[in-house]
Design a protein around this ligand. Structure first.
Ligand code: NAD
Length: 431
């Protein structure tokens, strides 16, 4: 599905939650348009000597609750509308888990796999040069997203530090650990998804099931898909299918995720950012397309790749009773309606994939204090914050008798509205 309506689709989810949260109308007005939209053209000297221009964006959605925070995506089909929607979701994600950040997002229109290693580095550093005046540890903080990783975050942090003539690790998170990264950041999003699934299991019909009887299908085997697969696999869950952009593999007896991760890592030599192998070459089983994978019969479906994967065109084919949005925006509004009518439970992106931004926050705190925590300390803090938010959302859902997405938006709106009201609203100035 094309991405042209993605921002409109994203904000349309606000109104139903706003009715329940009864927030100040000014808070709602503020949330419906981004604070700033920056477009930059980045000149890059290619290996053959030619100069090529790449277009990039940095969009800050809202900073009422703190500096804006959001990842950087490299993709050939990236659009302004998509970046706006992703920035909007970041504002809500930070609010729902109660961390003092607003939302932003950025990216470059590029097929990064077509670049050499040095071209990729020049492009990444060039992007920071262009946006340096608009970012900073107290203004706007970046992180990895699709097709960007810790090595790229490291280049970006050193470039920013060079520009401002000060070591500034807090400008970007998801860095390599020797450059001020946090323990546990790489797996944080997946761990957070895993903690939510385990918590939900306690109150669902999966309650008394042994993990090995619970079948799981995962779309996407990148940072998020891999880390959620690893956590579930290590806990004994049966992952029957997994895919990447090239398609997926299905095995009704379960896939050996650990062996697949080893194969994937082996295809990454010390200089590579992207794996040179695909899922179909890593493991044997039945080939499935991504479309077929979404419709497989399983207990849990985890879209962990891209937005707009479940729409009005395929929502009625989904068989899993629990859908966990590890990716941002994998279900459109129209898809949501069909799934809700069919009685499916959807664990919403702004809650379940917030583990990444939580550990990014912890990384930022560690960078600012210069005091670093162990993997165990980071994981404990992540779990605590995830489950606190999860319980709040479930409670709000039960009190208002809504679906989980509306409850998550309601919780986030409450948090956001508190900050808007604290600043003074029209009502305050007229009294
Ligand atoms: P990534 O680039 O590491 O991995 C993306 C994966 O999706 C790859 O396996 C790729 O082959 C696959 N893919 C791409 N297009 C596909 C398609 N059309 N069908 C099936 N698979 C496809 O990216 P990531 O960081 O894992 O991000 C995945 C999703 O999670 C995105 O929606 C991102 O915004 C979201 N997210 C990421 C983080 C994070 O910390 N990285 C945090 C929260 C949310």
């Amino acid at each position: 599905m094309a991405n042209h309506r993605i921002f409109e689709d994203a904000i349309s989810r606000l109104d139903s939650a706003a009715n329940i949260a009864k927030i100040d109308p000014e808070a709602l007005v503020k949330l419906k348009c981004p604070k700033s939209v920056l477009e930059v053209n980045i000149p890059v000297r290619m290996d053959d000597g030619a100069l090529k221009i790449f277009t990039g964006y940095r969009i800050r959605h809202d900073d009422t609750r703190g500096p804006t925070k959001g990842g950087i995506r490299y993709h050939p089909h990236l659009s302004v509308d998509e970046v706006k929607a992703l920035a909007f979701w970041m504002t809500f994600k930070s609010a729902v888990v109660g961390i003092p950040f607003g939302g932003s997002k950025g990216g470059i229109i590029v097929e990064p796999k077509s670049l050499s290693h040095l071209e990729l580095e020049r492009l990444s550093r060039g992007y920071i040069t262009q946006i340096a005046d608009f970012i900073g540890p107290n203004t706007d903080i970046s992180a990895p997203d699709i097709n960007t990783n810790e090595m790229i975050m490291g280049w970006m942090m050193t470039e920013y530090s060079k520009i401002v003539r000060q070591y500034t690790p807090g400008v970007i998170t998801g860095k390599p650990i020797p450059l001020g990264g946090s323990e546990g950041r790489k797996d944080a999003t997946g761990r957070g998804v895993y903690y939510c699934i385990k918590e939900y299991q306690k109150i669902s019909k999966l309650k008394n099931k042994d993990p090995k009887e619970i079948s799981v299908v995962i779309q996407g085997f990148g940072n998020v898909g891999e880390s959620v697969a690893k956590s579930l696999f290590n806990d004994g869950f049966k992952i029957v299918a997994i895919s990447d952009a090239q398609g997926g593999i299905y095995n009704k007896n379960g896939l050996n995720i650990e062996a697949m991760i080893k194969k994937k890592n082996r295809s990454l030599d010390s200089k590579s950012v992207y794996a040179s192998t695909c899922i179909k070459e890593m493991v044997s089983g039945d080939d499935v397309t991504n479309e077929e994978l979404l419709a497989l019969d399983a207990d849990i479906l985890i879209p962990a790749a891209k937005e707009n994967q479940i729409t009005e065109n395929n929502a009625n084919k989904i068989k899993a009773s629990l859908i966990v949005e590890a990716a941002n925006g994998p279900i459109t509004c129209a898809g949501d309606v069909i799934l809700n009518q069919a009685g499916k439970i959807i664990m919403p992106d702004i809650l379940v994939n917030a583990g990444g931004v939580i550990v990014s926050y912890l990384e930022w705190v560690q960078n600012r204090t210069g005091f670093y925590w162990s993997p165990k300390e980071v994981d404990e803090k992540l779990k605590y914050m995830m489950l606190l938010a999860f319980d709040k959302v479930i409670n709000t859902m039960n009190v208002n008798n809504t679906d989980m997405r509306t409850a998550a938006y309601t919780c986030a709106l409450f948090k956001f509205s508190e900050a808007v009201v604290a600043n003074g609203t029209q009502q305050y100035f007229h009294e």
